[in-house]
Design a protein around this ligand. Structure first.
Ligand SMILES: [Zn+2]
Length: 311
């Protein structure tokens, strides 16, 4: 796909520098990342980094039920965005790249559709997601399904973030994978035994990646026929190859707020950068807590083993 106003990781970085120069709240949140507390919990071949990030209460604590969403002004629409937040138009002006003022990553961008459209990867959005990964090679792209950690399920958005901060960015290349499908330009593999079952697409062309993704989407269960399967996605483009990780989900939150640690896992948490917004939760999040969270929000390894992929 060729588009006007092509993005680059450097162009995005220049936007970040401009924004932080005149936006004290965002600057303070980015500076706070320099001495953020992280505790690593090891599980054999993989690890989870627990990050203490109180500013993220805006996301982890956000009410995303339809009634709450309809009563708040959408913070991704032009009319309601902070005046300090600059924007880079991209993909033929259909999207805007913005600096996320509540970062988890040292570089953390939100890429929003220009119109107020529900969060969905259907209708050609996977092609957009892959093209953004190509233009922003060097960064990792994230997508949260509407009931899978997205704090604005009513306004389509992706994220682009520093690569390598999520442990899974590198672990995906070393964890044991089982090949499921091989096509001339792409493969689909599954990785089990790492708390979050993963389906991994590796492709030399965007079309081949999209075709395999379509087969994954058709194979995954849906909670209702008009909703997409629950999932988080990451994508990277490097040395002529796309790597897309599909992380199937079965719940938005592991338990109701007030019942345990406060969490609404999104792609970052699924990628092994687990966000804790309260001191008591940060201290309580050990291997057992993490197992309980992922067991509650992800399908079992057996459920993923039982998937059947059509042609
Ligand atoms: Zn909106």
């Amino acid at each position: 796909m060729s588009t006007t106003n092509e993005l680059s990781a450097l162009g995005a970085e220049a936007l970040l520098e401009r924004d932080l120069a005149h936006w004290p709240m965002a600057r303070q949140n980015y500076e706070a990342l320099n001495d953020v507390r992280i505790r690593t919990v090891r599980f054999g071949a993989f690890r989870i980094d627990v990050q203490f990030n109180p500013a993220r209460i805006v996301s982890s604590g956000a009410r995303t039920d339809a009634a709450s969403i309809s009563q708040r002004p959408c913070f991704l629409c032009d009319a309601n965005r902070p005046p300090e937040q600059d924007a880079l138009p991209c993909l033929d002006d259909r999207y805007l790249l913005l600096v996320n003022p509540f970062p988890i990553f040292r570089r953390h961008y939100t890429i929003v559709e220009r119109t107020h459209t529900p969060q969905s990867i259907a209708g050609g959005r996977m092609a957009d997601f892959l093209e953004l990964a190509r233009q922003l090679s060097g960064l990792t792209l994230l997508y949260n399904g509407p009931s899978c950690g997205a704090s604005a399920p009513d306004h389509l958005h992706f994220q682009a973030v520093t690569r390598g901060q999520m442990p899974l960015d590198t672990e995906v290349d070393s964890l044991h994978a089982t090949l499921l499908i091989r096509s001339p330009e792409a493969t689909l593999s599954r990785i089990l035994g790492c708390l979050r079952p993963l389906l991994v697409i590796r492709a030399r062309t965007a079309e081949a990646a999209e075709a395999l993704f379509g087969r994954v989407v058709r194979a995954l269960p849906r909670t209702s026929p008009d909703e997409e399967p629950m999932m988080n996605l990451t994508a990277r483009y490097e040395a002529g190859e796309w790597v897309v990780i599909v992380m199937p989900r079965r719940r938005h939150r592991p338990w109701e707020p007030g019942e345990g640690i406060l969490t609404a896992p999104g792609a970052a948490d699924m990628g092994g950068l687990f966000i804790s917004v309260r001191t008591e939760d940060f201290e309580a999040t050990d291997a057992e807590t993490l197992r309980a969270v992922y067991r509650a929000v992800c399908p079992s390894d057996e459920a993923i083993r039982a998937l059947r992929f059509d042609k």
